[in-house]
Design a protein around this ligand. Structure first.
Ligand SMILES: [Zn+2]
Ligand SMILES: [Zn+2]
Length: 393
């Protein structure tokens, strides 16, 4: 990478237009798989800019293309477009108008920033072909990313680099947080059933009590992280729900549990999953019950390519008004952005959206952004895109 940053590409950013887009999108959120109006609005705005737009990809996904020269690098920018089934708690004029639905993960900002970058690139084309991917269903596993990739959005022409970002209330607006290597984790879910044989609470010896085995299983599963896993590799196994029984004097037939597993690479996941089966086999056999583990593979880890991450780093460092934060740790959340990175080198970074005063986390009914993050988001993304797409393949 040449790493030549062209700051002029972000000089003409119209902050008012960004806020207008964001507030419209915020007022009309749609949950995963139902992003019909959102998609139509984006298509209208992108077409008005003069971009070629393909609609209804993998549901309500969109692809907008700015054609360039074939010898230059082709760069894609991905924005996710779905909202969450949460009733908004913010009392603001642009509060969600769709009951029980809210952009509580900041995807309204992601779409806005992608629109802003598209506009900046049209005004100042870098040379290579640019693709703007608006992806549905990020919040609902198995996600929309893999479907978009399978639908061919990264092909014809082939994408050389994929870019993406997520707003984060953990950092104030004006801060970009970066990390080489893994930034988002493996995030899998599982359903576990312990099947025993119920009976009277006074006569446990003629039953096979699944509750006592469930208790042992919960403790044993925790011990995988502490005894069977390399302590230098993060691993979390959480049992989030446990349900069994109907009355104090009845031993039930079964106990149902659900949980999630988080780690930073596929190898750790494979080892942990093998141990989960071993532990569950052992515990259930010892007490004469059975288990069933339905393991739902979630998103793979999001791995940042070091060279591309360095381009973002240089862009941020060239702007004294911005702050660069080097992340020490990966986030143990999952992101289906990972699927783009399996196809082409990619970077995913955090764009601080924290407001002055109290901030609420992602997926909270009071989540909100400092709208200053929109301009920062466009600047950093546009200059990164420009830098890479002006290079030869
Ligand atoms: Zn989210
Ligand atoms: Zn999100």
């Amino acid at each position: 990478m040449s790493g030549v940053v062209n700051a002029s590409v972000s000089q003409a950013i119209d902050e008012e237009a960004l806020i207008k887009w964001r507030r419209h999108l915020h007022m009309y959120p749609e949950i995963s798989g139902a992003e019909k109006e959102t998609s139509a609005y984006l298509a209208k705005e992108l077409k008005a800019m003069g971009l070629k737009v393909k609609s209804n990809i993998a549901g309500y996904g969109l692809l907008a293309v700015l054609e360039g020269e074939p010898q230059k690098k082709c760069v894609a920018l991905r924005a996710d477009i779905d909202a969450l089934p949460i009733e908004e708690g913010n009392e603001v004029e642009y509060r969600s108008r769709n009951r029980g639905c809210m952009h509580a993960c900041g995807h309204d900002a992601h779409m806005t920033i992608a629109l802003g970058v598209a506009k900046a690139m049209i005004q100042n084309p870098p040379g290579g072909t640019l693709k703007f991917i608006f992806q549905p269903r990020e919040e609902k596993p198995p996600g929309g990313a893999r479907d978009m990739v399978e639908a061919g959005v990264l092909k014809n022409p082939d994408v050389d680099v994929v870019l993406g970002q997520h707003v984060s209330p953990l950092y104030p607006a004006g801060t970009i947080a970066l990390k080489n290597g893994t930034i988002f984790a493996v995030a899998d879910d599982f359903h576990l059933t312990i099947k025993g044989r119920g009976g009277h609470g006074s006569s446990p010896h003629v039953t096979r009590d699944p509750i006592i085995v469930a208790a042992e299983a919960v403790v044993a599963l925790q011990t995988i992280a502490s005894r069977m896993n390399n302590p230098m590799e993060p691993l979390v196994i959480t049992i989030g729900t446990i349900h069994g029984g109907t009355a104090q004097n009845i031993i039930p037939d079964r106990v149902e549990m659900t949980g999630t597993l988080r780690c930073l690479n596929n190898e750790t996941r494979d080892i942990a999953l093998a141990h989960m089966h071993e532990v569950l086999r052992g515990v259930t056999q010892a007490w004469g019950v059975e288990y069933q583990l339905n393991y739902l593979y979630g998103y793979p880890p999001v791995m940042n390519n070091v060279e591309i991450t360095d381009v973002v780093r240089k862009v941020v460092q060239a702007k004294p008004e911005l702050k660069l934060s080097e992340m020490k740790y990966s986030l143990l959340a999952g992101e289906d952005y990972a699927y783009y990175g399996q196809y082409a080198p990619s970077v995913y970074y955090l764009n601080g959206c924290g407001c002055e005063g109290e901030n609420y986390p992602w997926h909270h009914r009071l989540f909100n952004i400092d709208e200053k993050c929109l301009k920062t988001g466009v600047e950093v993304m546009a200059e990164t895109m420009y830098t890479i797409a002006s290079e030869d393949k």
